[in-house]
Design a protein around this ligand. Sequence first.
Ligand code: ADP
Ligand code: MG
Length: 506
Amino acid sequence: MTTTLQQVATEMQANAVVDGLVESLPTTDGMSAQAQWDAVKSWLEEQVKPADFAAWLSPLTLQNKNGTAVTLAGPTKFILSWVEQHYAPKIMEGWLVVHGEVMKPTFAVQPVWGGMVKEATPEAKDEGADRRQQSREAEPVAAAASVEDERLAQAGEGNRLDPRYTFDTFIIGKSNQFAHAAAQRVAKEGLNALTSGGMVAGFNPFFLHGGVGLGKTHLMQAVGHEIVKGRPQTRIRYLSAEQFLYTFIRAMRDKDILGFKDIFRDVDVLMIDDIQFIAGKDATQEQFFHTFNRLVGMGKLVLLTADKSPHELPGIEDRLRSRLGSGLTVEMHAPDVETRQAILEHKAHALHMQLPDEVATFLATNINSNVRELEGALNRLAAFSSLTGQEVSIGFAKEQLRDLLRVNARVVGVEDIQRQVADYFKIRVADMHAPKRDRAIARPRQVAMYLCKQLTTRSYPDIGRAFGGRDHTTVMHACQTITDLMERDQQLTEHVQLLEKMLSGK
Ligand code: ADP
Ligand code: MG
């Protein structure tokens, strides 16, 4: 790949010289890298079919520009490898035509949280950010060699909000209408307080929790967008908890705690996503606690998300726990089938994709885990259909989504698992519920508990109840024991894998 790209670059440069193009091309014009990429993107948009642009190029964001290389980030490996194979030369061409620079694109998977300094408003850039920006630029390229360093370098001083995550694009259904209304209220109160110079009270912090892929990040960022819309100079920092963590670790490493505090000094709205990642990390938690307390104390709006409610989050200090829950806490639920269908239709429209009603119904009925999977399925269909020119039909969907549908279609219940495992190890199903402790029975029971956790969506307490009213800690212990044993016990591993296969029908 590298040599091909270099060849293309040299060739393109040579051609450009031959054509006398180089002189006429605009040179680097003091545009920020971000603005440059935006311009290249617009050029690309004119070059490729709209559906291809939407499927492959539109999701790419600029992560880094360094010398003669740009790193573009995209949401999945699948998309990136496709882009790399099919559009890398086109991207290079774009950069050359639009900016007169030879840039080699490299690609990095990056979940939606992005990784860049918020550039939208000049006010958002405090001197601290400028200083950090300079010191980052001064770092030799090789400094970001290790994965760890790269993460640290990426662990931004804040991120741009994802432009797609607004209230407009959020589909409301029974499962999320309350969270949606609450988020709108928070945006309104926040905006009022900020414009009147007052304090945000009552809804602070706004704490959204719920399972993965249910729209927490989307809704939280929608609040941010709404506030920026009403008051463009608002200083917003959005960080994943992981970024918060890495930013903190980097500050510790560079002995720059003041710099760390700078990052949060001037914010009006702070958003930290997935704070379950801070749990159990004591020093970071402590720092988070101070940051958070100070901001809420000053009446700044703080928005948080996590996979569990504050009082269910493990590894969090009690004083932090109660502070986290002291504002407005709202849970998000999995969308029902109508909402899933509405989301699909909306996304298909955004992708300029023809999605027949029956296919939308089929997908909404059969993919019921979370919105992210639903979206992934749709993206995949859009991509394959634009590649092969095939129309999207139920048959086509079944074919292209075989893996996803199988996992979703086969619903395994706790009883199935108990029966199958008892059968396999030749014990009685009743032993799954009985208090017996001898190894010959206890081990299969642990395997069954482990499989319940793996193959169903039931919680630890739920599973415990289904096993003769055992405590959730017993189930957790069972899962841990089996996980540990599987690392060294080949035979047990085979048993578990075989059972898993039989149960999930794979
Ligand atoms: P979470 O943060 O809860 O894991 P996200 O906010 O990242 O979930 O949502 C996953 C994906 O599903 C995102 O692309 C988001 O835009 C989309 N999504 C989730 N809920 C909705 C909704 N109600 N309407 C439209 N898109 C949604
Ligand atoms: Mg999220």
